[in-house]
Design a protein around this ligand. Structure first.
Ligand code: RB5
Length: 150
């Protein structure tokens, strides 16, 4: 399992903490920036992770900004990225079981290390349930392929 990590300055500390913990647990972890804690724009890092997901360079994206909101909105603009902004375990489990998300967005200013780790572990241990959920995901896929302009 290859996990790509991306953050802005609001999420970098939590990103580094989770990357260290998950690497210790045996996951292959790749840091797509930001790196220095300088003020940056979260769409740039959502894009890096989105492109890595599309290229299948990674199996899962973990994105971090102050709240997880902006970076998830940006990531979900990239076709093939299904990013869930979650802040507790139940939603993390649903994000896998029902939504088959391939990316999680977490808030560096809203979550502590232990809760964030528990959220990610819950997601990693869950399995997509298919069936009726698959039909709904197919509809989302169709929306990606639609030209919305008149
Ligand atoms: C950056 O200050 C902040 O706006 C960003 O990290 C994020 O919370 C946006 O959703």
């Amino acid at each position: 399992m290859k996990i790509g990590f991306g953050s802005d300055h609001g999420g970098i500390d939590l990103k580094l903490q989770l990357m260290e913990a998950l690497a210790e647990e045996g996951y292959s972890c790749f840091d797509y920036g930001s790196f220095e804690g300088e003020r940056v724009d979260y769409p740039d890092y959502a894009k890096k992770i989105g492109l890595a997901l599309r290229a299948k360079d990674i199996d899962l994206g973990l994105l971090f900004c102050g709240t997880g909101i902006g970076i998830s909105i940006a990531a979900n603009k990239i076709p093939g990225v299904y990013c869930a902004n979650v802040s507790e375990e139940f939603s993390a489990r649903m994000a896998k079981e029902h939504n088959n998300a391939n990316c999680l967005a977490l808030g560096g200013r809203t979550l502590g290390r232990e809760l964030a780790l528990s959220i990610v572990r819950t997601f990693l241990e869950a399995e997509f349930q298919g069936d009726r959920h698959k039909k709904r995901l197919d509809k989302i896929k169709k929306m990606e392929d639609t030209t919305w302009e008149k």
